[in-house]
Design a protein. Structure first.
Length: 144
């Protein structure tokens, strides 16, 4: 029997039910018609954060960053590559802590970049400091 997963659309934030086996097959959002899996990090704000963390069955890795942070900028292309490699099993998202100070405060982000892995709506792991691609993918897979 095919297991259905809840997947939040990265474009319109609608909640879609997708058979687990079809996640990677280019499924489209039932509401806006755009691809559910983009292979790219999702931009998270206080308007969509709760929904993406709490209503999706996919683990979510969030990069808390800021435009003025050198190590964050260095890690940005690595995070993009990790998204391409880890999706559709895992979702990746970014929180700009300069624009989203309430989210940064809510999760007690003291240094950036900080990566937080959420599973079933709860924080499962946290890692502060920039990582290379291999370390980043390895850290995510170890904590899944
Ligand atoms: Zn959509």
């Amino acid at each position: 029997m095919a297991e259905a997963l809840h997947v939040v659309c990265p474009h319109c934030d609608a909640i879609n039910r997708v058979p687990a086996g079809k996640l990677g097959a280019g499924g489209k959002c039932g509401k806006c018609g755009q691809p559910l899996i983009t292979g790219r990090p999702i931009n998270l704000t206080r308007n969509n954060f709760t929904r993406h963390v709490g209503r999706s069955d996919l683990p979510l890795v969030v990069d808390f960053w800021a435009p003025w942070c050198g190590p964050c900028k260095m890690m940005a292309p690595i995070f993009e590559q990790a998204a391409a490699r880890l999706q559709p099993r895992v979702r990746l998202g970014k929180v700009n802590t300069e624009q989203q100070q309430a989210l940064a405060a809510q999760f007690g982000i003291r240094s950036i970049p900080t990566l937080v892995l959420f599973k079933e709506g709860r924080e499962a792991a946290r890692q502060a400091g920039a990582m290379d691609l291999q370390s980043l993918v390895g850290w995510v897979e170890k904590n899944l």
